[in-house]
Design a protein around this ligand. Structure first.
Ligand code: GLA
Ligand code: ZN
Length: 684
């Protein structure tokens, strides 16, 4: 399997739909001229173009796509070729209704929209393979083809009878016997025992929605089915073009909460792609949170994507200006486009690509930002911004093969845990906030420019000094043992409230908890108090008092030492934060949800104890400035970005070279304008 892209430079390109303009060859010709001017070196074509490729069943027309390849090749532009399965033509739905999705109440959808096929339908699977085979046969040998873009933003689920049958098969394989299944789902509750495999049905608002194990398995199954469909889709490509890597564009980080994409387990899915790519739409210039707060969340999403394969990744889409689907579609302020683009490069992206290169003239996305708008002008601000990024990427070409630094800190993120915690009929549904909790812990490190990896439960923890495992409600005994090994070997572990409660079948552990867990933290949690939003407790620790909200675990220490105590309620004075020494390492337990100030102070202490700070050539005075590092064998590249809308001074501690301007900066004060970026280089 190819594990890298054969390209000379950072990729600067994006979704391009000349299929909408075949009656306007002059527009297409002009587009390519403007691409050259904006230093666009890649076009992603064929997304949603099925009816142009196969206007009626078995009749193909590739002339327009041949033309795109020819034009691209004439100017040394790469082509990323998309398979068209993200949207199908009307003739197909008309002739084969089974390709249409069925919703959770059993209703088959009409033809419409996109991303709404049944991923089990044998007809759809066959049609997808047929068209993909044609594409691979025709374009597989074109020198410009660098990457397959499979479908588009895979997601959604289907509840048709074919999918139900697959679900039953999946269950049978997993549980082997009905007795076992009934036991794992605790089906004696409310008389829900299955007496035949055929009784199994996906969760539904008009059927079972309260069997927690079933809900969780359905999430797992949807991921597995999506991957199975994907594997079916890429089979002809693997066969005919084994040297062309394969990706599909993942999602995440959308406003208002910049949440990780919820519906699919990307940690599983990523094993099936050669390179991770994702669509990044941070709402810069919004009216509800500061740019630097959003920058920390966007940094985190980038680190999630890096963590999926522990490799550089691609930005497959972002908007060059505004989108059309935020509640308010604000344009980026001057400087923001370069700021956001280079932030992603700084975290390990090897591309800046757009949705879209040329704006649609009509239909629902006609007002979505584009590199070339319907004004067809190179004088627009967005065109100039894009060109500026193109030039910056060209200047950075020498750093193309650079990688992020090895992080010493990892935060564990687990999909099963997210789904289970959210579905647990417990605590408070409004305050679970698993993702937000990860964002808050992460920000304490981002503020200090300390790199963090976001890792799955499968990760090799031995490469880290510090592992943070927040709200790990659903935890396997294997993972509890792994954490214990990590601590015994000298690692520092931080666990938080609502931790280690249920097993992978959504059954609670009996007794005080898992042995390994209890020994690692050296305590028992005897009860968890869930607070109303207006109720606040206090945490007294390190000679200070901090605010506590939402969750307070009541702790009985065994070997753990009490470091902080509760300041209020009936458990006032009892342990809230503990430290347990085990083997060569330490396990901290944060029993309550504290304010950001505590997280900042606490992680500052750990950063000092564990010597986590990087040796940077700059000293900054504000957390609005962020520093990220990529390195090659010869040099370090420091991306210094001002996310503030006022000028910032940083102190340059050593003489460095500015890669974007080729100036040399002497020691002393360095000024960054609003949303300014400097890339400083130090040769080793
Ligand atoms: C998604 C899709 C694109 C387009 C953009 C608009 O990311 O993949 O086709 O709809 O959103 O922002
Ligand atoms: Zn189906």
């Amino acid at each position: 399997m190819p594990d890298r892209l054969n390209v000379r430079n950072f990729i600067h390109g994006g979704d391009y739909n000349p299929d909408q303009w075949t009656d306007h060859p002059e527009i297409i010709a002009k587009d390519f001229e403007m691409f050259k001017e904006a230093r666009i070196n890649s076009v992603t074509v064929g997304i949603f173009a099925w009816d142009k490729l196969e206007p009626s069943e078995g009749t193909y027309d590739f002339s327009w796509l041949d033309d795109v390849f020819d034009r691209a090749e004439k100017q040394g532009c790469h082509v990323i070729l998309s398979t068209p399965s993200g949207a199908r033509p009307r003739w197909m739905a008309e002739k084969y209704p089974e390709v249409l999705r069925v919703d959770e109440t059993g209703r088959r959808q009409l033809f419409g929209e996109r991303h709404n096929h049944c991923y089990t339908s044998p007809v759809y699977r066959k049609k997808v393979q047929e068209i993909n085979r044609k594409l691979a046969e025709r374009y597989g040998k074109r020198e410009s083809l660098v990457l397959w873009h499979i479908s588009n933003e895979c997601g959604g689920e289907c509840h048709c009878e074919l999918c139900q049958q697959e679900f039953r098969k999946w269950m049978k394989e997993k549980y082997k016997t009905l007795d076992n299944l009934n036991r794992c789902y605790w089906n004696e509750f409310w008389s829900h025992l299955y007496t035949s495999w055929d009784q199994i049905h996906s969760p539904s608002s008009i059927g079972d929605s309260n069997v927690l194990g079933l809900n969780l398995d359905w999430h797992r199954f949807v991921t597995d089915r999506t991957i199975d469909f994907f594997e079916n889709e890429i089979a002809p490509l693997r066969e005919l073009t084994p040297n062309i890597p394969v990706t599909t564009n993942f999602m995440g980080g959308n406003p208002p909460d910049s949440h990780v994409f919820y519906d699919l387990d990307y940690q599983k899915f990523a094993k099936h792609v050669d390179i991770v790519s994702w669509d990044s739409y941070p709402n810069w210039a919004n009216g509800y949170e500061t740019t630097e707060k959003l920058a920390a969340k966007t940094a985190l999403m980038n680190d999630v994507m890096h963590g999926l394969k522990h490799q550089n990744y691609l930005i497959m889409e972002n908007t060059p200006s505004q989108v059309n689907w935020h509640p308010v579609n604000r344009a980026k302020l001057p400087g923001m486009h370069q700021m956001g683009s280079l932030q992603e490069i700084a975290h390990g992206a090897d591309s800046v690509m757009y949705f879209q290169l040329h704006q649609s003239r009509g239909a629902s996305e006609m007002f979505h930002g584009a590199v070339i708008t319907n004004k067809l002008s190179n004088k627009t601000r967005v065109f100039k911004d894009v060109k500026q990024v193109g030039e910056a990427l060209d200047s950075l070409a020498e750093a193309k093969d650079s990688k992020r630094l090895d992080a010493k800190v990892a935060i564990v993120f687990d999909y099963d845990n997210m789904w289970a915690l959210d579905d647990a009929r417990a605590y408070s549904n409004q305050s679970k906030k698993y993702w937000e909790t990860i964002q808050r812990h992460y920000k304490a490190f981002w503020d200090r420019d300390i790199p963090v990896d976001i890792v799955s439960v499968e990760a090799d923890l031995s490469r880290y000094e510090l592992v943070i495992d927040p709200m790990h409600f659903m935890m396997t005994t294997e993972f509890a043992a792994k954490l214990q090994e990590f601590v015994k070997a000298g690692g520092t572990l931080v666990g938080t409230y609502v931790n280690g409660i249920v097993d992978e079948n959504f059954l609670t552990y009996l007794g005080p908890g898992m042995d390994a867990w209890l020994k690692t933290y050296g305590l028992e949690v005897t009860e968890t108090d869930t607070l109303y939003p207006e109720q606040k407790n206090k945490l007294e620790i390190f000679g200070k008092t901090y605010d506590v909200c939402d969750y307070c675990d009541l702790i009985e220490p065994e070997t753990a030492k009490t470091i902080g105590t509760y300041g209020d309620f009936f458990y006032k004075g009892t342990p809230a934060v503990t430290e347990n020494k085990l083997g060569k390492g330490t396990a901290w337990y944060l029993g309550c949800r504290s304010d950001d100030e505590f997280l900042s102070d606490f992680y500052e202490k750990l950063a000092q104890d564990l010597n986590l700070a990087l040796d940077l050539p700059v000293k900054k005075a504000s957390s609005k400035v962020s520093v990220q590092v990529r390195q090659t064998k010869e040099a370090d590249y420091f991306f210094i970005i001002n996310f503030g809308h006022e000028e910032q001074n940083v102190e340059l501690l050593r003489r460095t070279e500015d890669v974007l301007t080729r100036e040399t900066h002497e020691k002393g004060s360095l000024v960054l304008g609003a949303y300014d970026v400097k890339v400083l280089k130090e040769t080793r």
